[in-house]
Write a protein that binds this ligand. Structure first.
Ligand SMILES: Cc1cc2nc3c(=O)[nH]c(=O)nc-3n(C[C@H](O)[C@H](O)[C@H](O)COP(=O)(O)OP(=O)(O)OC[C@H]3O[C@@H](n4cnc5c(N)ncnc54)[C@H](O)[C@@H]3O)c2cc1C
Length: 518
């Protein structure tokens, strides 16, 4: 049995394998040469109360002790087996496909966007203000919304599935093994595309199908059952469809709504993206320690209650970039991503407040259960109006936003398409703007320097979660009224983030396998 040992180290010691190996040998009273393998199983930074520490839990294999076997997943051939259709190749759709293969079912995926390398070219055009392809952008295309992202992998919903297996699966497909032990694992936008391409290769090798550039435009139902889908105007018969289309696929909600399929409006969150110099966040979080250089770019997570509602930071990207995440040229939507090394000079984060059903009740008579979607769309159109042409985004210095005055200039930003001065304090709905302003004052007390004229708010962070749920039965995971219709992932309202969407995809695959086995 390997010996497990936890060390509390300075950042410099934790960054140097020689130093911590010597400490392990000393603690175990053995020679360093007797350690045949030393592997980290948990690493976390503790920056509370001024002292910077790194907690490192290690597993030491001694002498000829058997070493851990490499992570392996077996994807058997599913050629000629029972088929299930998946709409959308995001984390939910891809993990559903892998799990279906493990269960002996052949996945057939339809994805409106392009494969990941071609998609990258469209994303480069968006960054250069050369227009938006409505089927290939930061939200749509192979790998889904999280492909060109920070690739943060933690989730609050670990209970929903096998979190460790999901991380191991990503390592099997090419992610760094570090994600298995970091307290806050992330992959990075430069590494994710290779992992996604590997997943595709395995699905195809096992006999699955993936059709890119194929948009599902309608669902066919008969007598309370799915009987097919319409793909770019052509019918494709099937009795099992996983709808894993993400929260930006407004056309999917509209198609289901107009077919009379039951949907539910749900609360969500909207606000802005806030960006600071990374050095400022490092200094605040690491107390300007001289050992900062041995630590990753600092992050933060802030929550406040303002006027009875939650206001919080969301999807923080240390050393990252703000990105244009709209799916239509008439909108302005921002989000964030970071490369694996998190080495840009900027720290950005979503900064949002709860949106409740009452906030868009005035839109219900006309839009029914899609009223939240309409409210979201109106804010995105306003942001586009105030942001000007192309993908330029409206922005304001944080100090001006809080004080309620116009910015006459803006500091450097990571947002490549460009920002323009705009009075977000005036045009954001007042219940959103006033709460964000009060929360910034409050956060400044916890992170002194957070309220600064070196930081900006950029509009709008509107796609945090879906405003519409596609209901499903708790046991069968099918839509309660339609046999064979499996709503999955973030767009259906059952996930929020890469890992929780992936875990939800796996659960759906297991429910399908169970039904097929009956
Ligand atoms: C810029 C950015 C950064 C992010 N950073 C992180 C992060 O660091 N960590 C994290 O956990 N989460 C992050 N997220 C959120 C995360 O990406 C999503 O929660 C996750 O991808 C949801 O997975 P999903 O499979 O449910 O849906 P999606 O990933 O949205 O995938 C849906 C797929 O369906 C396809 N599709 C849509 N409509 C159709 C149709 N009609 N026909 C065929 N195909 C269709 C889309 O093209 C897409 O590929 C980020 C999102 C963005 C945009």
């Amino acid at each position: 049995m390997p010996q497990t040992i936890t060390l509390t180290l300075t950042p410099r010691q934790a960054a140097d394998p020689k130093q911590y190996t010597a400490q392990v040998a000393r603690a175990l009273r053995i020679d360093e040469q007797d350690i045949s393998l030393l592997r980290i199983i948990k690493r976390s930074v503790d920056a509370r109360r001024g002292a910077l520490k790194v907690n490192l839990t290690l597993e030491a294999f001694i002498d000829r002790e058997p070493q851990p076997t490499p992570i392996a997943f077996d994807y058997p051939s599913v050629a000629g087996k029972r088929e299930a259709v998946i709409v959308g190749a995001g984390p939910a759709g891809l993990f559903a496909a892998l799990r279906l293969i493990e269960k002996g079912i052949r996945p057939i995926i339809f994805e409106r966007g392009k494969e990941v390398v071609e998609r990258g070219k469209d994303i480069a055009l968006i960054q250069r203000n050369k227009g938006i392809n409505p089927d290939s952008n930061y939200a749509f295309g192979e790998g889904g919304a999280g492909t060109f992202s920070d690739g943060k992998l933690f989730t609050r919903s670990k209970k929903r599935g096998d979190y460790n297996r999901a991380l191991q699966r990503l390592v099997f497909h090419g992610a760094s093994p570090e994600i298995l032990y970091e307290a806050h694992p992330h992959i990075g936008s430069d590494r994710l595309p290779r992992i996604i391409a590997d997943i595709r290769r395995r699905i195809l090798d096992a006999g699955g199908e993936i059709h890119f550039g194929k948009r599902v435009t309608a669902f066919r139902f008969r007598d309370g059952r799915v009987v097919g889908i319409e793909v770019d105007g052509s019918d494709f018969p099937t009795d099992m469809v996983v709808v894993a289309t993400g929260h930006s696929a407004r056309d999917i909600y509209e198609t289901l709504h107009s077919s009379g399929i039951r949907l539910e409006a749900k609360p969500y969150a909207m606000g802005v993206r806030i960006e600071h110099p990374q050095s400022l966040i490092d200094n605040i979080q690491y107390h300007a320690s001289e050992q900062m250089e041995y630590l990753p770019a600092a992050s933060y997570s802030l929550v406040a209650q303002v006027g009875g509602r939650g206001v919080y930071s969301f999807c923080m990207c240390p050393g990252g970039f703000i990105v244009p995440a709209m799916t239509d040229a008439s909108e302005s939507v921002v989000n964030g991503m970071s490369p694996s090394r998190r080495n840009s000079p900027f720290a950005n984060s979503g900064f949002v407040t709860e949106i409740r059903l009452d906030d868009f009740a005035h839109l219900r008579p006309q839009h029914g259960d899609l009223a939240g979607l309409q409210f979201q769309r109106e804010l995105e159109h306003a942001a586009r109006t105030y942001g000007g042409a192309n993908q330029t985004a409206p922005a304001q210095r944080v100090s001006d936003f809080v004080a309620g005055r116009a910015s006459t200039s803006l500091p450097a930003t990571s947002y490549v398409p460009g920002v323009v001065c705009s009075r977000l304090d005036e045009w954001l709905p007042s219940f959103i703007g006033s709460r964000l302003r009060e929360a910034i004052r409050f956060f400044d007390k916890r992170m002194h320097g957070y309220l600064t004229d070196e930081a900006i708010v950029v509009g709008v962070e509107s796609r945090t979660s879906t405003p519409v749920r596609i209901p499903r039965d708790k046991t069968t995971l099918m839509h309660p009224d339609i046999e064979g219709l499996y709503p999955a992932g973030e767009g259906a309202g059952y996930a929020g983030g890469i890992i929780s969407a992936a875990l939800d995809g796996e659960r759906i695959a297991e429910a399908i396998a169970e039904r097929c086995a009956r």
